[in-house]
Design a binder for this molecule. Structure first.
Ligand code: ZN
Length: 343
């Protein structure tokens, strides 16, 4: 089989689309023929070696695959060849206390697909059967690959790390991104009012088409004031944030007393300055969110199957064009998700 492999770190990194041995499933594994895999910021960090873990190279990246089962291991009962599936990219252990209580995003022994294990930019993959989630009828593998990581991250933030309530106001940072475009839709489905940000007119228009009442330019230093005006000076109840850097302090300027800022990703910087006086006087919460639990992914795909959550796809590209896809995500020209498919 062929796979897109990262041969050397860099910005850009060195990739090869070439033959690798086809893996065979162990007793508890399945062999999935990959039909699509989303491209994510995690892949950019992997490419440039900007992760706190040291992956071994060559490595097949890709953390958002979906496809069709071709073979199952000897003890696998619940799946059969022909089943269409998405793969949960956080490979949790399944046995630690966090996993047992359904909080697999808290697993201490988890490994990341496409970073610590060969991932989805490949024609086939072997994964433990318990990493699979069935695709609802009518949801294509390309659409699943545009939602299963980014949208389930947003689902985890809005329904697990906090539980947003109808009538609440939610600020979604970078509403045209994978996490942002899903967060706008999920918050709206849950009865919230939403405002958002976007760095270009096209991105702001997209955020509004998804349901944001207001979409602001983060380059305008007055944008936090406009959010406060939108809430009649009260501030928003919830902020969904995945940018980090100096944006955090601006976002906190928009947060109501008693409000919560939920953050993941930190794509623009992991070190921030924080005014603790303002945080404790306003009794605000700063909440970290990482990955997703299995139930978040199931709910995300279910909502997508019901048409309540739509993928925003920038373009579908051939896996052999991987370096060009990475470049497009890196220079922030993508409007929505980039999905890679095998030739
Ligand atoms: Zn575990």
């Amino acid at each position: 089989m062929k796979a897109l492999q990262l041969m050397a770190h860099g910005c850009p990194g060195t990739f090869a689309w070439h033959d690798v041995p086809t893996p065979s499933p162990g007793p508890e594994d399945v062999l999935v023929q990959i039909e699509a895999c989303g491209l994510n910021h995690l892949d950019l960090w992997m490419e440039s070696n900007n992760l706190p873990i040291q992956p071994q190279l060559p490595r097949t990246p890709g953390c958002e695959p979906s496809g069709t089962i071709r073979a199952v291991g000897s003890t696998v009962q619940q799946w059969k060849p022909g089943d269409r599936v998405s793969i949960q990219s956080n490979f949790s252990c399944g046995t630690c206390p966090a996993c047992v209580r359904g909080e697999d995003s808290m697993c201490l022994h988890a490994r990341i697909l496409g970073v610590e294990l060969d991932g989805g930019f490949s024609e086939c993959i072997v994964v433990p059967a318990r990493q699979l989630v069935a695709l609802p009828a009518g949801l294509s593998t390309v659409h699943a690959a545009a939602l299963s990581l980014a949208a389930s991250t947003a689902m985890h933030m809005l329904t697990d790390r906090i539980q947003v309530a109808p009538g609440q106001s939610v600020l979604v940072m970078a509403g045209a991104s994978g996490v942002g475009s899903a967060a706008i839709q999920i918050a709206r489905e849950l009865g919230c009012r939403v405002c958002s940000t976007g760095s270009t007119p096209e991105k702001r228009q997209l955020a509004q088409s998804l349901g944001a009442e207001l979409a602001l330019d983060p380059a305008d230093p007055l944008w936090p004031r406009q959010v406060r005006q939108w809430t009649h000076k009260r501030g928003v109840d919830v902020i969904i944030e995945h940018i980090g850097g100096k944006v955090i302090q601006q976002a906190l300027d928009c947060l109501a007393r008693g409000g919560s800022l939920v953050t993941c990703g930190a794509t623009a910087g992991r070190e921030i300055q924080l005014n603790l006086w303002s945080l404790f006087v306003k009794q605000q919460r700063l909440i970290g969110s990482y990955s997703r639990n299995r139930r978040d992914l199931i709910q995300t795909l279910q909502w997508a199957g019901e048409g309540r959550l739509k993928p925003v796809i920038d373009r579908v590209m051939d896996m052999s064009e991987g370096p060009a896809a990475y470049q497009r995500l890196r220079n922030r020209s993508a409007l929505g998700k980039i999905v890679l498919t095998p030739p």
